[in-house]
Design a protein around this ligand. Structure first.
Ligand SMILES: [Zn+2]
Length: 254
């Protein structure tokens, strides 16, 4: 019985990931996430329920549409595995609590934002702004953060990125970071508290620099604005969510 629980949690996460795939494709186009039902983006053929089972259908179909045989993007199963894995990790950390549901919603928002930002270079307000409110609400049931820390987190998150954005603009005379990043970091602060902002920005900057330099060497081009920052902020937030206490202890000896 006990071995079934982690499996069920992963499966639930994968199903959630399957829904996130719909959001990732449809939200930037302002389309309904419930209607019309799923169809192949290449041939428009409707996808039957048995061809829409997270992960399994992708494997059974060999990664191709049943009617037109064109390749299905591997991003779909990747999002499902990622969301399933995050659900499992959160379950291990929080157990069957209201906080688990809250932080699973947070992780789901980060996954959705990451893939929309990679595709479209935007972070939809319809996720980040309600996310700030949701984070403040979750802080009341969270073992990770107090409501006061969460409120400070919104201010610290929004404020620090705004300051960086203004500073960058003043120095370089161009916009290096979008307003979407500011709202995303405010959402992260709401869920994880003001203490998370330092670690999130540090991880995001290091990861962003490494990948930015690698891309520049690879493409020999100025890619300063070519890579979105949102995915790195999301990555930094997840690192803090799972390892934040150890990182803060390492830096500040608390
Ligand atoms: Zn097709």
């Amino acid at each position: 019985m006990d071995t079934l629980v982690p499996f069920a949690v992963f499966a639930f996460g994968a199903i959630l990931g399957s829904f996130l795939n719909v959001c990732i494709v449809r939200l930037p186009e302002s389309r309904s996430i419930v209607h019309p039902p799923s169809h192949c983006p290449a041939c428009r053929a409707p996808i039957a329920w048995y061809d829409n089972v997270p992960l399994l259908s992708y494997v059974v179909l060999g990664g191709r549409c049943r009617s037109c045989r064109r390749r299905i993007s591997p991003v779909y199963p990747a999002v499902e595995i990622l969301t399933g894995g995050l659900a499992l990790a959160l379950w291990a950390r929080l157990g069957p609590t209201a906080a688990f549901a809250g932080y699973l919603a947070f992780a789901a928002a980060l996954v959705t934002i990451t893939f929309i930002d990679l595709d479209h270079r935007i972070i939809p307000d319809v996720i980040s702004l309600p996310g700030i409110g949701a984070g403040l609400a979750v802080s009341f049931v969270s073992p990770l953060v107090t409501p006061f820390d969460a409120l400070l987190g919104v201010l610290a998150g929004g404020g620090s990125l705004l300051a960086i954005a203004y500073g960058y603009q003043a120095l370089r005379g161009q916009e290096g970071m979008g307003g979407g990043d500011v709202k995303l970091l405010a959402m992260i602060g709401a869920f994880l508290g003001w203490q998370s902002i330092f670690v999130t920005l540090m991880v995001a900057s290091v990861a962003g620099s490494v990948i930015g330099v690698a891309l520049m060497l690879y493409r020999r081009a100025d890619t300063k604005l070519a890579i979105p920052f949102g995915p790195f902020l999301a990555c930094g937030a997840l690192v803090y969510l799972f390892f934040g206490d150890r990182i803060l202890a390492f830096y500040f000896g608390t």
